[in-house]
Ligand binder design. Structure first.
Ligand SMILES: NC(=O)c1ccc[n+]([C@@H]2O[C@H](COP(=O)([O-])OP(=O)(O)OC[C@H]3O[C@@H](n4cnc5c(N)ncnc54)[C@H](OP(=O)(O)O)[C@@H]3O)[C@@H](O)[C@H]2O)c1
Length: 278
């Protein structure tokens, strides 16, 4: 792995906190060129400083993945500074925690789709000509909720399912491995599907039933939650091996298989786990 990321141009969206920042920090010692993107420039610069000190060459770009002009500026900055892109890591995301029949503000569904799904469509479209040239890798941070449903997360689950469907289709169109459509083969797609992660701001920033941010809660993380470092290390390994999918932890893959074969049982297991957490 030591030289796999050396001088590679790696764009990470949502790098100001949580998994995006952790990934950037984990990558930094491999001395890549990192292009970090998100709205909060102060937190982005903090992550950039850390990565810089670890040996990475870093550029911070302030912007919003839901705004086309900001996404265009991210591409221009990347290409003007580094000339190409090897990795596009689609990580920026937001969530919700509300039972659907209690939701009063439906605009949160629009925001979830814009941020978690349509931003990927936009960014992939803009970066694709460069990714084709470099035979690059698209790594998308989806969720286990891109495969299975979880109560209180209807809009989030829907956005991650959309992301899964979109990128599974692109893989068939673009990948050298199994792709059979189109001429420009060589862009691979890895979908990352983590379980709950510890130490991120996702829950704090999640929408409640009125479309407001939930804010700090005293709720403990599930015993089965994963650390950011463990998750980042697994993602880096997956990037090196250009895996098509990473379920983290791996044992959760069984649940996705069960949800196809015995959906009622899979739903009972998910409800049981949720009730344990309540
Ligand atoms: N936490 C979990 O349990 C978990 C589990 C499975 C999957 N995931 C996925 O992991 C990814 C990272 O989430 P996280 O848990 O690390 O949460 P987080 O700490 O809240 O990080 C989310 C990142 O996305 C950025 N972001 C949000 N909206 C944005 C926008 N409109 N434009 C640009 N950047 C935006 C945020 O930066 P700014 O606010 O600075 O813009 C932040 O850097 C998400 O896709 C999430 O769905 C998380």
């Amino acid at each position: 792995m030591d030289t796999m990321f050396l001088n590679k141009n790696i764009v990470i969206t949502g790098a100001s906190s949580g998994l995006g920042a952790a990934l950037a920090k984990e990558l930094a010692s491999h001395k890549p060129n990192l292009i970090l993107f998100s709205r909060n420039i102060d937190k982005l610069k903090e992550a950039a400083k850390f990565c810089n000190e670890k040996g990475a060459n870093v550029i911070s770009v302030q912007g919003d993945v839901t705004k086309l002009e900001d996404c265009k500026r991210l591409v221009e900055t990347t290409i003007n500074n580094f000339g190409s892109v090897d990795h596009l890591v689609l990580n920026a995301g937001i969530s919700m925690w509300a039972k659907f029949d209690e939701v009063t503000d439906l605009s949160l569904f629009q925001k979830l789709i814009e941020t978690n799904y349509l931003s990927a469509v936009r960014l992939v479209h803009l970066f694709l000509p460069y990714l084709k040239k470099s035979k690059g890798l698209i790594t998308a941070i989806s969720s286990i909720q891109g495969e299975i449903a979880v109560p209180y997360h209807s809009g989030y689950v829907a956005s991650k399912h959309a992301l899964t469907g979109f990128l599974n289709t692109l893989r068939m169109e673009l990948s050298a491995k199994g792709g059979s459509v189109g001429k420009d083969k060589g862009v691979d797609v890895m979908l990352v599907k983590p379980h709950w992660l510890r130490g991120t701001d996702l829950r704090k920033n999640a929408f409640d039933k009125n479309g407001n941010k939930i804010g700090e809660t005293k709720k403990e993380h599930s015993k089965e939650s994963i650390s950011l470092q463990e998750c980042s290390r697994k993602i880096l390994k997956g990037m090196v091996n250009r895996k098509r999918e990473l379920v983290i932890p791996g044992k959760l893959k069984l649940l996705t298989i069960l949800s196809l074969l015995l959906p009622n049982l899979a739903e009972k297991i998910v409800l049981g786990k949720l009730n344990e957490q309540e």
